[in-house]
Write a protein that binds this ligand. Structure first.
Ligand code: F6R
Length: 240
């Protein structure tokens, strides 16, 4: 795993932008694996700015997102599909029909997992962007998730519900379940960028870099990937 330690959030986002632009410029129809959450917001703002100023085009790109809350869809501003449209897709020239995410409102959840998995097998990510949970989760693969997992439904860990409650009116509104890409779907990406900022991520980053590779800390699987780049700020990287 390559490590890029930077001073702050802005530099982290800038380093990530350079990698995304490299991929998109060398392969205009690239498949971009995207994440939600606070961490990639700076990257998405920079992609939008670059698109406006330099005209980098995403018109031929396809995107696959990591995860979605069970029970939410575009009609909810807490859904991840809404998040992606608001924070990235409406600001670049991507075609919405080329953007993919699990359907949180699917009636048949097992069939939805199978559908998404088949899609991921077709659309292999040229680059996958990841954040990391304070407990070392990636996507919603919580501690203990098998390394060979594919798209599945998870019961969110209490720590994740608490971390994510800041984005809801109250903790009771945070969905208890989510659809998520599995760890093997993530590892299928040709290149992975994992971003982390702030002291809350220091434990997880310490384990990612120096801990034993184990299912109790899902992100440690990334050390087995041939082209994974960690970009973290000084606070998140304080143990490495
Ligand atoms: C988001 C996702 C999560 C987040 C992680 C960090 O799609 O899959 O794993 O990347 O929970 O969240 P933030 O960035 O809000 O700290």
């Amino acid at each position: 795993m390559k490590i890029i330690k930077v001073k702050n959030y802005d530099e982290m986002s800038e380093e990530a932008l350079k990698i995304i632009l490299d991929v998109v410029r060398s392969k205009p129809d690239a498949v971009l694996g995207l994440a939600t959450g606070s961490t990639p917001l700076g990257l998405y703002a920079k992609m939008a700015q670059d698109h406006k100023e330099n005209g980098t085009s995403y018109a031929k790109c396809r995107t696959v997102n990591l995860d979605e809350y069970v029970g939410l869809d575009i009609s909810s501003d807490q859904s991840y599909v809404y998040f992606m449209r608001e924070n990235l897709f409406k600001n670049i020239d991507i075609k919405l029909e080329n953007t993919h995410i699990e359907n949180g409102k699917a009636d048949d959840k097992e069939a939805e997992c199978a559908r998404y998995n088949a899609l991921l097998n077709e659309l292999k990510q040229d680059v996958q962007v990841l954040g990391i949970g304070s407990n070392g989760h990636i996507a919603f693969n919580e501690p203990g998730t098998p390394f060979d997992s594919v798209t599945h439904i998870v019961d969110l860990a209490e720590s994740t519900i608490k971390d994510n409650s800041r984005l809801f009116n109250s903790i009771d509104e945070v969905p208890r379940q989510a659809f998520t890409m599995g760890l093997s779907n993530i590892m299928n990406a040709k290149k992975i960028i994992i971003l982390a900022n702030g002291e809350g991520k220091a434990y997880a980053i310490g384990e990612l870099v120096n801990g034993e590779i184990r299912e109790e800390v899902p992100a440690t699987i990334l050390r087995n990937h041939p082209d994974c780049i960690l970009i973290c700020d000084e606070l998140a990287g304080k143990y490495i």
